[in-house]
Design a protein around this ligand. Sequence first.
Ligand SMILES: [Fe+2]
Length: 333
Amino acid sequence: MFVYRPRWLPNGSHGTQCLAMRGPLRDRISPMKIEPSGGILGARVSGIDLARPLSAADFAAIFAALGREGVLCFPGQQLDAATLRDFAQRFGRIQTSVTGKHHHPVVPEVGFLSNVIENGEPIGLADAGQDWHTDMTYNATVGFANVLYAVKVPRRDGKPLGATQFANMHAAYEDLDPALKTRLADMSATHDFNKFWESMRSRPGSTRPALTAEQRRSRPPSVHPVFLTHPITGRTVLYCNPGYAVRINELPEAESERVLKLLFEHQLQPKYQYEHVWTESDLLMWDHIGTLHNAVPDYGPDEHRLMMRCQIMADRVFDPAFVRASLEPLAAA
Ligand SMILES: [Fe+2]
């Protein structure tokens, strides 16, 4: 089996080294700063080295900011696969590759998103996330947060390509017509992995094969409330996305179609959107529960993009005890 060994790893390294813990010293001097972007989402976090273990206080501040700001950029981080995993797994279980492909050879929790071809094989998932969606809503345990580390960013004429766009689902819920909020308050939607897969397949140049019956059985649709209470902010979000939501279960089919179309148009209005333009060594983390995202495919096959990624599942974040314990240092401060 072909095993991709990342070229950016230093000679002799398997990308698993971890810097020594210097937590107590860092706790005293931590100058971490979280500056909101001024847009509808997003904040820039500086003064923190994510290659070192997080203090409880820094973890609490990042956890709270993730819910509040939706998208956090930590620029200039120097991470390898192991330190990326160690940071991500503080927030919940990391999803490992279902296919057994496109992940780090030594740290399987870290996947590759990339259009780079080596030895005739793509080293990562090349067309990941190229339309509006929220990760893993087709799953019983949904996604909580994505953590991406930019190794290679494509550029044309000096301009970075392959931006990631986000939409704010706290704001989208707040602005919904009150009558619709009341009507949909106790309703649920079915989310189907095959919807997004088929929409990617229908694109020109797609090489994705149709899912087999076995693959479809292994990822059966899942049902979630149309509106969710965000576990960190305690506010309501619109938890329905055009990538996977196929049906509002309590409505007749035609009415479900009409309402879903209305919700999708509403939530994708430019006023809810925020765009992250990548720079190498950005660590970008976003909250799936309060946002939608879209990967902009504006680069060609020879314009190389490489991201290391950890997908954090929502296995802990809906546990009030975990949230309380995570945020406790903020209350004590
Ligand atoms: Fe995604």
